[in-house]
Design a protein around this ligand. Structure first.
Ligand SMILES: Cc1ncc(COP(=O)(O)O)c(C=O)c1O
Length: 442
C-alpha cells in the first residue's frame, strides 16, 4: 500500500522529520571509517560509565521498574533543585517537571501554546528538530537571522511588523546556539523579553549548553532577567552534560502551567523512564556534577581549539567560522568560489571521504545556508578532528572540481554525464512565512 492510500491525518504532512537525527542511522549503516562531526553527541570519554554501572546494584529495586510520577521522581527533583540552588540560576520545586529529554520539553511547549496557523519565531539557522516540532502542531514559521550576538532582535521586530501578525511563541537557543555556536547578548535578551510581553508571546528558552561555557562570562538567563516570568518556558536536558541515551531532561515553567504540562505529558508517555532518572539523581547526589562540568568545559575548550587549528591549517581562508565560547558547535561558511558548492552535495562527497557534518540547509526550515555547515567539535579527540578536517578539505576540493565540471556540462557536455546534484530543500517548503526573510547574516 502506498502512503497516499492511508487515511492519514492532515497533520501527517507537517511531520517533516529530522535530517540531524536521520544522520545517526545513515552513519550506522556505513562500513568505512567516518569522523563524526554530525551529531551533537558528548565525548564518549565524558560519560560516567563506572558510576552509572554501579547504580543498579545499589539503588534499583522492583519500584524502579514500575510507573513513576509524571512530574518526575521526587529524589531527582530534589537533587536537581538542590544542585541549581548552588548556581546563579536557582529555581523552586513547583516550577520543575522532569521530561524525556529536551525534545519532549519542546514538544510540550509547542503542544501547549501553538494552534494550527499560529506564527512561531525561530532563529535562522536553528535547531530544526525544534522548528519541526512547532510545524507538527501546524505552526507557520518566521525565520529571524542570527549574528555573533545571537538572534537579531531588531530584525525580529521589523519582520514581525512586516508580517502584520503577532507571534504566539519565540523559539530561541540563547547560549552557544545550535547550530551557530553564538550567544545572545544581554541587551538582546532584555529586548526579547519586552517584545514577548508586548505580543503576549511565550519565549521557549531552549538551553542544553548553558552549563558548558569554557570562555568569557556567563550571561543572565531569561529567568534571571525576569524572575518568575510566566512567559518564559525553559527547556533543559541532561543529554549534553551527562548522556543523551538517558533521555532525561526537565522544563521550568510558571507553577500555574504545571498541571497542563503534566496532562500533556500523560498523553505522551505517562512518565519519564524511571531507571534513567535514578542514574541522574545518583550522579548528582554523588556530588560529582561540578567536577564533571569542570572537566567537560576544559575538555571541550581543548577540542574547540584543536578544531580551529586544524581548520586554519587545512582550510584557511576558504572558510569563515564562528568561535563559540562554549557548547558543542562551530558554524562554517564557505568563502569565495567555494561558496558555490552546495553543502548537501558536499555531504555525500565528504561521507565517501570518511567525514560527516550537518549541511546548512538541514538547519533552516526554509532550506537556507547551502554554502554553510555545522561541525560538532565535542565528540572527537584532537587527533580524530585533525583527520576529519583533512578529509573535509579533500572533499571540498572534489566538490569544487565538480563545479567546474558543471560549467562545462552546462556549456554542452553530453547528456547523462554525472553533473552536480543540486537537490536541496526548496526555500519556503516548510513554511509560508519564509518569504519575509531577506537572508541570514552568519
Ligand atoms: C538546542 C537543542 N535543543 C534540544 C535538544 C534535544 O535534547 P535531547 O537530546 O535531550 O532531547 C538538542 C539536542 O541536540 C539541542 O541541541
Amino acid at each position: 500500500m502506498s502512503l497516499s492510500q492511508f487515511p492519514l491525518a492532515r497533520r501527517a504532512d507537517q511531520l517533516v522529520g529530522s535530517i540531524i537525527d536521520s544522520s545517526t542511522s545513515l552513519l550506522a549503516a556505513q562500513t568505512h571509517d567516518i569522523v563524526r562531526f554530525a551529531m551533537g553527541a558528548p565525548a564518549s570519554e565524558a560519560v560516567p560509565v563506572e558510576l552509572f554501572n554501579s547504580v543498579p546494584a545499589k539503588v534499583y529495586d522492583a519500584s524502579t521498574y514500575t510507573y513513576g510520577a509524571t512530574e518526575g521522581e521526587p529524589h531527582l527533583i530534589d537533587a536537581l533543585t538542590g544542585y541549581l540552588a548552588s548556581t546563579a540560576d536557582p529555581t523552586a520545586r513547583e516550577r520543575i517537571t522532569i521530561t524525556s529529554g529536551g525534545m519532549q520539553g519542546l514538544d510540550l511547549a509547542f503542544k501547549i501554546f501553538v494552534d494550527p496557523g499560529d506564527l512561531v519565531v525561530v532563529e535562522s539557522p536553528t535547531y530544526t528538530n525544534g522548528s519541526a516540532t512547532a510545524l507538527s502542531y501546524g505552526a507557520e514559521l518566521l525565520e529571524v537571522p542570527v549574528d555573533d550576538d545571537g538572534m537579531i532582535v531588531d530584525e525580529l521586530e521589523a519582520l514581525v511588523a512586516a508580517s502584520g501578525r503577532t507571534p504566539k511563541a519565540i523559539y530561541t537557543i540563547p547560549n552557544f546556539q545550535n547550530p551557530s555556536g553564538t550567544t545572545m547578548s544581554t541587551p538582546r535578551r532584555r529586548r526579547l523579553l519586552e517584545l514577548a510581553h508586548r505580543w503576549n508571546a511565550v519565549i521557549i528558552d531552549d538551553d542544553p549548553y548553558g552549563l558548558l561555557r569554557f570562555e568569557g562570562e556567563d550571561l543572565p538567563s531569561f529567568n534571571q532577567l525576569s524572575p518568575n516570568d510566566p512567559l518564559v518556558f525553559s527547556v533543559r536536558t541532561f543529554s549534553k552534560i551527562l548522556a543523551p541515551g538517558l533521555r532525561v531532561g526537565w522544563v521550568e515553567t510558571d507553577p500555574a502551567l504545571q498541571q497542563l504540562v503534566i496532562n500533556a505529558k500523560q498523553a505522551m508517555d505517562t512518565c519519564t523512564n524511571v531507571p534513567g532518572q535514578h542514574l541522574v539523581a545518583e550522579f548528582i547526589r554523588s556530588g560529582r556534577l561540578d567536577a564533571h562540568l569542570d572537566w567537560l568545559r576544559a575538555e571541550y575548550q581543548g577540542r574547540r581549539d584543536a578544531m580551529q587549528v586544524s581548520i586554519d591549517r587545512h582550510l584557511g581562508a576558504r572558510v569563515r567560522t564562528t568561535n563559540p565560547e562554549g557548547g558543542f558547535f562551530l558554524w562554517v561558511t564557505l568563502q569565495g568560489e567555494d561558496a558555490k558548492i552546495d553543502t548537501q552535495r558536499l555531504f555525500d562527497i565528504a561521507l565517501a571521504e570518511g567525514v560527516a557534518f550537518i549541511p546548512g540547509p538541514a538547519l533552516s526550515p526554509g532550506g537556507r545556508f547551502s554554502d554553510a555547515f555545522r561541525l560538532c567539535f565535542a565528540s572527537c579527540t584532537p587527533e580524530r578532528t585533525e583527520t576529519g578536517i583533512i578529509r573535509l578539505a579533500a572533499a571540498i576540493e572534489k566538490a569544487k572540481s565538480e563545479l567546474s565540471f558543471t560549467v562545462d556540462f552546462e556549456a554542452g557536455l553530453p547528456a547523462g554525464s554525472n553533473g552536480v546534484s543540486h537537490a536541496g530543500v526548496p526555500a519556503g517548503a516548510y513554511t509560508s512565512a519564509n518569504q519575509l526573510l531577506e537572508g541570514g547574516t552568519l
